[in-house]
Structures are given as structure tokens and as C-alpha cells.
Design a protein around this ligand. Structure first.
Ligand code: PGA
Length: 254
């Protein structure tokens, strides 16, 4: 049985005050409603991780949106996994399509980051997904399979317990165009099958696979009801407490 995860990717948004206000509202909702089957994760920007870690009261987990593949040293602008751990981080989003697009992160770098995160006992959320053109050219299964195989290269079964995958079709991110539950389920089942080949079926059955891309309070319940969809990685809809709370509620009710 895989419990649900609802993860908010705040990207480069919010002021510190608004971020604290948002986190307090989420924690209060989880406490008052005794949410217990759904793990909530939030991924604020780097400077807000430490102040927010003081507010989560063990009710939500804290994720970083990226990290360095190196231990430490002369890497201006980068942040190490050890620094993230010092700020109370437990999860790290790796290979988000915005990192792939704007920072030219490729599958090799992403694989190094995944290994770094795992070796420091953090949990990676590996993002994969095809562009609109790749979907229209019917290359989407191949693209996702390659991202998965290259991103997870060299990992063993022992690492697999800690892994979270997020399927985020690039054409659905921030566009208001969500994958239909059928499209998302089809890809999630394919990803689980591939994970079965990389690790083994029993392990693949335990790995959480999140959907991301214009997931919101209106469509979350239908998406989360699909067999292989274990929750969501939410961008825009994670920035407003009422909306994000409704998504947590949808996950908890399943
Ligand atoms: P979105 O972003 O929900 O705004 O589409 C999702 C993501 O990029 O993780």
C-alpha cells in the first residue's frame, strides 16, 4: 500500500512573510484535520528553508528545489546537500524541466545529483517528462524511458526504497493544460513497469510516482484516484493555502 504524497513546488515565488503565512496555514490544517495518510512536502526557495524549518512542527517535510552534485568548494551560487540538511531539508527535487531547460541540466548531471542526494540520506524526487513536440511525435514513452534509465543509472535495490519519481509532462507545466487521468495513468503504469525492469517488480510496486503539471483543486481527486498515481507535485496551485489544502484533502480522502 502506497500512501499519497502532496508536494508543493514554490519555485521562485513569495516573500518571506507570505511564505511563513502559507506554511503556518498548511500546518494548522494538517493539525486540526489530523491528516495522517498523506505526506505533505513543501519546496520553498533556498533562503526560506531555514526559517520555514522552524515552523513545520514535524507535520510537513521540507524539500529543496535543487542541489549541487559536489560536496563543497568553489561552486559560486550552488548549495550542497550538507547545507540543506543543516536547514532541515529531507527531500530534494532533481531534474525539474525548468532546470533542464534554463540551466541545461542533462541526464548525466541529474544522475550525479541523485547519487549525491541518496548518499547523504536525503530523498530525491526525480522529475521526468516529455515536451509537447515529443508527445506529438509519439516519442513520449522513449523520452521518459531514457530519462529514467539515465537518471537512475548505477542505483541498486537498496536505493530504490528512498526514491520518488515525478512525471511532469512539460506541456502541462504552468500551462493550465493538465494531462487527462487516462494519459497520466498510462504513463505512470509505463514508468512503474520500467522501474520493475531497472530494480524488480516488488520494489517498483512500492516506489511513489507523483503527477505534476497544472494539477489543482479541481482535477486532483480524479488524478489521484488512478492506480499508479501516488499524489502530485504542485506548482502554481501550491502558492495559495485554500487551493493547496483542497489538494491535500483530495489525497487524504482516497
Ligand atoms: P504547475 O507546476 O503545477 O504550475 O504546472 C508543476 C511543477 O512544475 O512542478
Amino acid at each position: 500500500m502506497r500512501n499519497k504524497i502532496v508536494a508543493g513546488n514554490w519555485k521562485m515565488n513569495l516573500s518571506l512573510n507570505n511564505a511563513l503565512f502559507l506554511v503556518d496555514a498548511i500546518v494548522e490544517y494538517i493539525e486540526i484535520n489530523a491528516i495522517k495518510n498523506t505526506q505533505t512536502i513543501i519546496a520553498p526557495s533556498f533562503p526560506f528553508l531555514h526559517p520555514i524549518s522552524g515552523r513545520i512542527k514535524g507535520k510537513i517535510k521540507l524539500a529543496a528545489q535543487n542541489c549541487s552534485e559536489y560536496n563543497n568548494g568553489a561552486y559560486t551560487g550552488d548549495v550542497s546537500t550538507e547545507m540543506l540538511k543543516d536547514c532541515g531539508v529531507s527531500h530534494v527535487i532533481i531534474g525539474h524541466s525548468e532546470r533542464r531547460k534554463y540551466h541545461h541540466e542533462n541526464d548525466e548531471t541529474i544522475n550525479l545529483k541523485i547519487k549525491k542526494v541518496l548518499s547523504d540520506d536525503l530523498i530525491p524526487i526525480l522529475c521526468i517528462g516529455e515536451t509537447l513536440q515529443e508527445r506529438e511525435n509519439n516519442q513520449y514513452f522513449d523520452v521518459v524511458k531514457t530519462q529514467l534509465i539515465k537518471g537512475l543509472e548505477g542505483l541498486n535495490k537498496h536505493h530504490a526504497d528512498k526514491l520518488i519519481i515525478a512525471y511532469e509532462p512539460v506541456w502541462a507545466i504552468g500551462t493550465g493544460k493538465t494531462a487527462s487521468p487516462e494519459q497520466a495513468q498510462e504513463m505512470h503504469a509505463f514508468i512503474r513497469m520500467q522501474l520493475g525492469e531497472i530494480f524488480d517488480k516488488a520494489i517498483a510496486d512500492e516506489i511513489k510516482i507523483l503527477y505534476g503539471g497544472s494539477c489543482n483543486a479541481q482535477n486532483a481527486a480524479q488524478l489521484f484516484a488512478c492506480n499508479d498515481i501516488d499524489g502530485g507535485l504542485i506548482g502554481g496551485a501550491s502558492l495559495k493555502s485554500e487551493e493547496f489544502i483542497k489538494i491535500i484533502e483530495a489525497a487524504e480522502k482516497i
